[in-house]
Design a protein around this ligand. Structure first.
Ligand code: SAH
Ligand code: SF4
Length: 360
């Protein structure tokens, strides 16, 4: 069955095809505001449109690019969403609250971690997202749709969006950039550029391409090993773009944009947590003035990796700090809800009835 085209965001359906009355040019702005600022889930909520206008739109265009298939809450109030897309594929987002200031002060920052693809082709050995391979890119509307749905459920717009869910964002560059434009532009969701972070496993040519792109965003590099020998073993992408080439691309990015980048470094017991790796990592970080986020590994069922003991995690972090590198250990919230990317979707797809599975 052909799915109805999507109305939202002017991305999938040009406004000329909305059939709006030509003498009411303000209608477009009204509709955009309902979708992008007020996060409505049905045309009926657009109360300043006439009933015939609403039903005309509803009969021709889907309003939502993603719909919640499952929502899991954890004890630390992290929430994980499994979204069902128009073709019945599934992707995930995780909403992570962080309290600012003293308790009693209601200022909580919401960070939403979104997906950029269904599955992932890059097959990092420790990651659940790549286990089933790559199925397709998300459209810009599906990327932004995750933010709109999460905002509606949370009752407000997230403060930060990070592309750390399923998929490799730089392998879906045109849709990623359209989505970011809509997230940060005042005529879109209006988040502000410093509040969007792209995470990449290290696609060097795309990092260089982005160095000169006018859109503002932050960049995080999933380094996870500080030598080619170890990175080759856990991240196949390293054989295509080895560390020299990758770090040179990051250098170009930093020089052109005058912005710092982050290194993400998952700690895997016995693999990349040695003092030697810490020393090498410190060298790379100092050369690029990068800040390091250490992430104790989140166990994935069926994969042979473990997180190191607490002592080993602290020793690794101290080695970086002593070398003069800014480093923090990021405590992953939501351990109890499979918050590492790809895990919930994998579980859903394994138990999903065949009727709603898409075969690639
Ligand atoms: N493909 C991109 C973005 C998605 S992965 C990338 O690789 O950067 C987002 C982050 O989650 C990456 O740093 C990834 O390595 C990390 N990650 C994947 N599986 C994980 C797990 N089981 N525990 C902790 N972090 C994980
Ligand atoms: Fe893909 Fe990132 Fe997972 Fe690697 S870590 S398989 S690039 S989603």
């Amino acid at each position: 069955m052909r799915t109805m085209p999507l109305l939202p965001l002017l991305l999938d359906t040009p406004v000329a095809e909305w059939n709006l009355p030509p003498d009411q040019p303000w209608r477009e702005k009204q509709i955009r505001a309902w979708i992008l600022q007020r996060f409505v889930s049905s045309y009926d909520e657009m109360t300043d449109l006439s009933a015939p206008q609403r039903s005309s739109l509803a009969s021709r265009f889907r309003l939502r690019a993603a719909e919640p298939a499952r929502i899991q809450g954890s004890e630390d109030t992290t929430r994980k969403f499994l979204w069902k897309l128009g073709d019945s594929s599934f992707v995930e987002s995780v909403l992570i609250p962080a309290n600012l200031g003293k308790s009693g002060n209601r200022s909580t920052r919401l960070t939403l971690c979104v997906s950029s693809q269904v599955g992932c082709a890059y097959g990092c050995r420790f990651c659940a997202s790549g286990l089933d391979g790559w199925r397709r890119n998300l459209t810009a509307a599906e990327i932004v749709g995750q933010v709109l749905e999460a905002a509606r459920i949370a009752g407000r717009r997230p403060d930060n969006v990070v592309f750390m869910g399923m998929g490799e964002p730089l392998a879906n560059l045109p849709n990623l950039l359209s989505a970011i434009d809509l997230l940060i532009s005042p005529a879109g969701i209006g988040m502000g550029a410093r509040h969007v972070t792209i995470s990449t496993s290290g696609l060097a040519p795309q990092i260089e391409e982005l160095a000169h792109h006018p859109l503002q965003f932050r960049l995080a590099l999933s380094l996870h090993a500080a030598s080619d020998e170890i990175r080759d073993k856990i991240m196949p992408v390293n054989r295509r773009y080895p560390l020299d080439q990758l770090l040179a691309a990051c250098d170009t990015f930093i020089q052109a944009r005058k912005k710092m980048i982050f290194f993400e470094y998952i700690l895997l017991a016995g693999i990349n947590d040695t003092p030697e790796q810490a020393r090498l990592l410190a060298q790379h970080a100092k050369r690029l003035h990068a800040k390091v986020n250490l992430i104790p590994y989140n166990k994935v069922e069926g994969l042979p990796y473990e997180r190191p003991e607490e002592d080993a995690i602290h020793l690794f972090c101290r080695t970086l700090l002593h070398a003069g590198v800014r480093a923090t250990v990021r405590r992953e919230k939501g351990n109890d809800i499979d918050a590492a990317c790809g895990q919930l979707r994998l579980r859903e797809e394994k138990t999903a009835p065949p009727a709603i599975r898409i075969e690639s």
